[in-house]
Design a protein around this ligand. Structure first.
Ligand code: IMP
Ligand code: MG
Length: 182
């Protein structure tokens, strides 16, 4: 285990198994159709790359980047688009792929901003869900795992841009992000 982790929540093997199940479910749900996967940079990239290879349908991909202002471990709900889609989604079956849903502010902003662009359907797919911290109502169509209210890293998820490369998902030791009182 990485020295900055307090515990491992999901191992590489557990994640791979769950992602395969999610890909199979999406394949069944969209049978006979083409889908556009929209990955939210940067946290979703590892999950995105695994998931797209588990979907047995014609798949196109695109990416968006957003910033949400707030402290290092809690988002404020104020969201801004840093990078928009490269392609038009009119008439498409869109699946938004995100690393984690916490307050829900980022995904509800994203879904709202895509709804006005003429997609035929839009669904939301997340690797992790922290349901206890939800502030915005948003339906999650595909969810890998529900987790408790802990700050987690690995499998794309970062703290201060580190730990995205870890193969497991684990709880970061609080002393890494809790500053001592001045
Ligand atoms: P929301 O808008 O509060 O749902 O925030 C979602 C975003 O916050 C995610 O895309 C992550 O970038 C970040 N985030 C929330 N919880 C965690 C966590 O436990 N570890 C790493 N990033 C997190
Ligand atoms: Mg994110």
């Amino acid at each position: 285990m990485h020295k900055d982790l307090a515990s491992i929540l999901f191992t590489k093997d557990q994640i791979q198994q769950r992602v395969a199940e999610m890909g199979a479910q999406i394949t069944r749900d969209y049978a006979g159709q083409e889908v556009v996967l929209i990955g939210i940079l940067k946290g979703a990239v590892v999950f995105f790359a695994d998931l797209m290879r588990q979907i047995d349908l014609p798949v196109k991909i695109d990416f968006m980047a957003i910033s949400s202002y707030g402290s290092a471990t809690k988002s404020s709900g104020v969201v801004r688009i840093l990078k928009d889609l490269d392609h038009d989604i009119t008439g498409k079956h869109v699946i938004i792929v995100e690393d984690i849903i916490d307050s829900g502010m980022s995904l509800s902003f994203l879904k709202e901003s895509l709804l006005g662009r003429g997609a035929q359907t839009i669904s939301v797919c997340v690797m992790l869900d922290k349901p206890s911290r939800r502030r915005a109502h948003i339906d999650v169509d595909y969810c890998g795992f529900e987790i408790p209210d802990e700050f987690v890293v690995g499998y794309g998820l970062d703290y201060a841009e580190l730990y995205r490369d870890l193969c497991d998902i684990g709880v970061l030791k609080p002393e890494i992000y809790e500053q001592p009182e001045q």
